[in-house]
Design a protein around this ligand. Structure first.
Ligand SMILES: Cc1cc2nc3c(=O)[nH]c(=O)nc-3n(C[C@H](O)[C@H](O)[C@H](O)COP(=O)(O)OP(=O)(O)OC[C@H]3O[C@@H](n4cnc5c(N)ncnc54)[C@H](O)[C@@H]3O)c2cc1C
Length: 338
């Protein structure tokens, strides 16, 4: 934690700070890094990819330019691979909450955890908002000692009895990761069938057949108890003992962490100029959050906005560099930063 009193000149500083690790933020970070600037990216979730990973990792996207029929999760992996050589400081699990001038033409962004980061320019790529896990609800939830809504690290659960509740892709993935880590896993969902990438679903079925993972679906979660849970399967009560219960119901967007920033908001949108500029000099907006794309919440638009805004941010921070990036095909390789 950095004390509120720490002067901006002593804070960790990059040329550009990107808020949001969805497709717009990842591509903006790529472009600023590609132009040779230092970049930090803050993402509220524990993984990158924004809506693609939180809401539809298993779905096929047909209209991403040059990538016919690509699964959303694969598209995110490709964006991460493209970004990797650029040395961007990526901080997942980090919610941006405050924005203040640094007194020298740049900005200081404060996080929910009390960290503060300085930057010459900020690119706001917060999409629909911070995608935070749905609250665990239901009878008896307070009675169980260890109920969670996210799985940060499966290795913590080796040897533990774990119940995973949910049919979303995160539930499938959590059940697989926990089984791989040596947890004793029961996976349950009220419907028959789970969502996930085809390879994950095949593995889920294989582990079930091998008896390494217990699957109870369709099943009704009646209540949690201090020892685990009571389910109904085919009309019969089935108690499940569990040291930890994961209730994974997907994610809900929350714009409130940034909605107090003086950006002239229009509902859930931030007005943007042709270069992605906002009402604040050196603060840019891209992707689903930008008003200009209101009726076109599309990946192709998010990528274009990210490229345009990042290159304007580059010129803002380093006026000696042109806004126009030139063609990557004429560069012959990733930049080397000194
Ligand atoms: C089910 C579904 C299917 C879709 N299919 C298609 C399709 O086929 N083709 C297409 O072109 N588009 C599709 N879209 C739309 C596309 O996913 C969005 O346009 C795109 O994700 C927008 O990218 P973004 O980076 O602006 O926002 P997001 O993807 O929403 O990413 C924003 C990120 O910022 C993070 N964030 C927000 N606030 C903060 C904060 N304060 N601090 C730190 N991090 C924060 C969020 O956690 C999130 O990860 C689909 C959308 C959905 C929901």
């Amino acid at each position: 934690m950095v004390a509120e009193s720490t002067p901006p000149s002593s804070l960790p500083r990059t040329d550009v700070l990107v808020i949001g690790g969805g497709p717009a933020g990842l591509h903006a970070a790529f472009y600023a890094g590609w132009r040779g600037l230092s970049v930090r990216l803050l993402e509220a979730r524990t993984e990158l990819g924004g809506q693609l990973m939180a809401l539809y990792p298993d779905k096929t996207v047909y209209d991403a330019p040059g990538l016919p029929q690509t699964r959303a999760a694969d598209l995110v992996r490709a964006l991460e691979v493209q970004l990797a050589p650029l040395g961007v400081d990526v901080r997942t699990g980090t919610v941006a909450r405050t924005l203040e001038p640094d007194g020298a033409g740049g900005w200081v962004v404060g996080t929910e955890g009390g960290r503060r980061f300085a930057a010459g320019a900020v690119i706001l790529a917060a999409g629909l908002g911070a995608l935070l896990p749905r609250e665990a609800r239901g009878e008896g939830v307070e009675s169980h000692p260890d109920v969670r809504t996210e799985l940060p690290d499966a290795a913590e659960f080796t040897g533990r009895r774990v119940l995973v509740v949910g049919g979303v892709p995160q539930a499938t993935r959590a059940a697989l990761e926990l089984t791989d880590s040596g947890a004793e896993v029961t996976l349950t969902h009220r419907r028959a069938g789970f969502r996930g990438e085809p390879g994950e679903l095949e593995r889920l079925e294989r582990l079930r057949v091998e008896g390494r993972l217990r699957v109870l679906s369709p099943a009704v979660l009646q209540r949690l108890t201090p020892e685990g849970a009571e389910l109904t399967v085919n009309g019969e009560g089935v108690p499940v003992e569990a040291d930890t219960v994961f209730i994974l119901g997907g994610y809900l967007p929350d714009l409130s962490p940034v909605q107090g920033w003086p950006l002239g908001w229009e509902g859930g949108y931030v007005p943007d100029g042709p270069g992605g500029e906002t009402a604040l000099p050196g603060v840019y907006v891209v992707g689903d959050l930008a008003r200009s794309g209101k009726d076109f919440k599309l990946l192709s638009l998010a990528f274009a906005q990210a490229a345009i805004a990042a290159n304007h941010a580059v010129h803002h921070v380093r006026p000696e560099l042109k806004v126009r990036p030139g063609h990557s095909s004429e560069r012959g390789g990733y930049p080397v930063r000194g």
